[in-house]
Design a protein around this ligand. Structure first.
Ligand code: FES
Ligand SMILES: [Fe+2]
Length: 321
């Protein structure tokens, strides 16, 4: 614990910085946040295929009860059996009944209108999509304009993490969500409730490294070094690389809901770990920690969705709201 420029820093001290050696030495954030750099970093992210995979929902939200979800411009029904998650068109191939109202028997949906049984093997044009459950998130391979891969690209995740998953929708495209996170310079200005200080340590078009003082409460902070990288055009990952919680990640995934509008689902998983003694106890309290983790993530994303929506409106020449 130490005082530093009016902040009470908890946690492990980090190597001291030489301010004159930082990439932004002495320049204000609005000068450092160079839109041309952000566009170049975004172009590099956009070149990375997502293998056709999009996030459907948190794994915990995909249950035995069929539910409707909209992704890639279509309505789907998602349900879980002992074989894992399933996702298929939400219209019965007979006369179009909504299958999220179906009963489930022996892994099959039983259509509520005339009793047709529809299972993971499909029927005619009615075909379940490939799905993947990574333990935190359920994915489906729905985009056919990318070379398909057997599984989604996942970042390295900590073992035995505690965490939470939030989801919301933004009226923009996936690239606007990624662009928001490729601009870390906005953090302490736009989210002063969460970030007391933020300094860029390395500015690279593929990986940004920064030191961030995250507010626990008021002037009490935890300072860590973290990186941001976009493994695909629809995902961006923050990884703690020094300080407390090394290996913890915050993964943000942007999945197209509708191209008209457009609408994008923002699903974010926060997976925290620690090598501190006592983390085992925290792990046992994970169900209590989850709502707190999710509330903080949601608060940030309400603001960042506004940022992403405004970016979209400006770039397509629509009057921003
Ligand atoms: S609409 Fe589904 S069985 Fe007729
Ligand atoms: Fe933000």
């Amino acid at each position: 614990m130490r005082f530093d420029d009016g902040l009470l820093q908890l946690g492990r001290p980090l190597p001291p910085l030489d301010p004159s050696a930082l990439p932004g030495a002495g320049r204000p954030d609005w000068v450092q946040a160079d839109p041309r750099f952000i566009e170049r970093a975004l172009a590099r992210a956009n070149a990375r295929s997502g293998g056709g995979w999009v996030v459907v929902d948190a794994s915990a939200n995909v249950t035995a009860a069929p539910r409707r979800v909209r992704r890639a411009g279509r309505d789907w029904v998602v349900w879980r059996t002992d074989a894992g998650p399933h996702l298929a068109p939400d219209a019965c191939p007979h006369m179009g009944a909504p299958l999220h109202d179906a009963k489930v028997e022996d892994r099959c949906l039983v259509c509520p209108w005339h009793g047709l049984r529809l299972g993971p093997a499909g029927r005619g044009d009615w075909r379940p999509a490939p799905t993947f459950d990574d333990g935190w998130l359920v994915w489906a391979r729905l985009l056919d304009d990318e070379a398909p891969t057997d599984a989604p690209t996942l970042p390295r995740r900590p073992e035995g993490a505690i965490g939470g998953v939030i989801g919301m929708e933004a009226r923009c495209e996936a690239e606007d969500v990624i662009a928001n996170r490729l601009d870390p310079w906005h953090g302490a200005h736009f989210h002063p409730h969460s970030f007391a200080r933020l300094e860029l340590l390395e500015v690279d078009e593929d990986v940004l490294r920064l030191r961030v003082s995250y507010r626990v409460v008021g002037r009490v902070c935890v300072e860590v070094d973290a990186t941001f990288h976009a493994p695909t055009r629809r995902s961006i990952v923050m990884t703690i690389v020094d300080g407390d919680g090394v290996g913890s990640v915050v993964e943000t995934h942007a999945s197209p809901v509708d191209s008209a509008g457009p609408r994008t689902a923002v699903v974010e998983a926060t997976l925290a770990t620690s090598d501190r003694r006592g983390f085992g106890l925290v792990r046992q309290l994970a169900p209590l920690a989850r709502p707190l983790i999710e509330a903080r993530a949601r608060k940030l994303w309400i603001e960042d969705c506004a940022y992403a929506e405004r970016r979209y409106a400006l770039r397509v020449g629509r009057s921003p709201t």
